[in-house]
Design a protein around this ligand. Structure first.
Ligand SMILES: [Mg+2]
Length: 411
């Protein structure tokens, strides 16, 4: 098992030495859903998606791209923070990823130890990995010590608030696309959640993996443990692969209570920033499955550290990814490098930014994907893509108070 010092050592890539950083820029891209047709979940409705990308160029004209999931929450803040960090990076050697991360972190200790500062640093850090991989002609997973899996199970992540008929069509399409597992969003109230999850089980059949995400980590009025357990009790007979974010992101005791009371694996941790923050869940025995996200936790190396900490407690990983294509690839690369990574999340919502930024589509065969082989993260950002998806303010997550409102899927 790798220790944290060994993980950190992976982040200074001597073979890539000599890549001088010339510029670090934020690139925001938006996709707008047709008016009032955006998917909804228990915390609000989507007007669109905004990808918070970071482009790092070298004096030789090479570039790397990273993505922070925070771009979907606060794109203007992400852009300002990337510009802030720029002064600590320009002129430095891009191969010193771990040193540069420490430098940025140490300069923002008073105000940037967690939250959006770390989330933004994720996009910068991942752009450095992409740059080094592209410069060496090697996939990032190789630079992390190589893939430790031939293939990893993945799941179709969707199932927002739609009608039962639409949900059924969606889930059957995932199966036709090669998925053997899917995740749906719940988090309304126990009865509605049970009805939706039961319908999903019927659509998928008894053999397929079904996960339920209560999304309480970002709900403006999250459940307490009592509600989470009441809902979980109803879900128990459905044979779920996990029950995700049943409580608020800070309610570690709520997670512990769910684990004690329920016979379903409890998953969470997607919004943690830094491996240390995820470790608070791990040390409290709050999770059966940890869900770090390289595009949010601080980057690929922080995700790798989180994975090592989970492994030391025999906890499996289901990598989180709900951003655009760069975010997906960041988590695919780091997931393939970690022995305890059991699942990769593949967002299947109608967002073209998931596909266009990747050099090739992810091929799902019999519910699994193969290790990535393209240099860097296998991503691209062309002038055509930038022109096609210009940044549109307010086309990011908008949160509403939807407690007590019958969820749209019942219509
Ligand atoms: Mg989730």
């Amino acid at each position: 098992m790798i220790d944290l010092a060994e993980v950190r050592a992976l982040g200074n890539i001597t073979e890539a030495k000599g890549l001088t950083i010339a510029d670090v820029e934020p690139v925001l891209l938006s996709y707008a859903f047709p008016e009032d047709d955006g998917p909804a979940w228990s915390g609000g409705q989507l007007q669109g998606f905004t990808a918070g990308l970071v482009r790092i160029t070298t004096s030789d004209g090479l570039y790397g791209i990273g993505e922070t999931y925070a771009g979907n929450f606060a794109p203007d803040v992400v852009a300002a923070l990337v510009t802030y960090y720029r002064s600590y990076l320009v002129g430095e050697d891009a191969s010193r990823i771990a040193d540069l991360w420490d430098r940025c972190y140490s300069r923002t200790l008073y105000w940037g130890r967690s939250g959006i500062a770390i989330a933004t640093l994720s996009g910068i850090e991942c752009a450095l990995w992409d740059l080094c991989g592209k410069a060496l002609g090697r996939p990032c997973v190789d630079l992390l010590g190589g893939a430790v899996h031939d293939s990893v199970a993945c799941y179709a992540s969707g199932g927002l608030d739609v009608s039962i008929g639409q949900l059924d069509r969606e889930l059957r399409r995932y199966a036709a696309d090669g998925f053997r597992a899917a995740k749906i969003r719940t988090g309304s109230d126990p009865e509605s959640d049970f009805a939706k999850a039961s319908a999903a089980r019927t659509s998928l059949g008894p053999e397929a993996g079904l996960a339920v995400d209560a999304v309480q980590g970002s709900n403006p009025q999250p459940w307490g443990a009592q509600e989470a357990i009441a809902c979980g009790k109803l879900l128990e007979p459905l044979g779920l692969i996990w029950y995700e974010e049943p409580c608020a992101a800070t309610d570690i005791e709520g997670y512990v209570a769910c684990r004690r009371a329920l016979d379903i694996p409890i998953a969470g941790g997607e919004s943690t920033t830094t491996a240390e923050e995820l470790n608070r869940f791990l040390t409290a025995d709050a999770l059966d499955i940890a869900q770090p996200d390289a595009s949010h936790i601080g980057g690929i190396l922080e995700a790798r550290k989180a994975g090592a900490l989970a492994e030391s407690r025999s906890i499996d990983l289901a990598m989180h990814a709900w951003g655009a294509g760069v975010c997906v690839m960041e988590n695919v690369h780091v997931g393939f490098a970690m022995p305890n990574c059991r699942w990769l999340e593949i967002p299947v919502v109608p967002n073209p930014l998931i596909d266009v930024l990747r050099l090739e589509p992810l091929e799902v065969r019999d519910g699994r994907i193969a290790a990535p082989t393209r240099p860097g993260l296998g991503v691209q950002l062309t002038p055509e893509i930038e022109a096609a998806y210009p940044y549109r303010p307010k086309h990011h997550y908008q949160f509403e108070d939807r407690r007590g409102v019958a969820s749209r899927w019942e219509a």
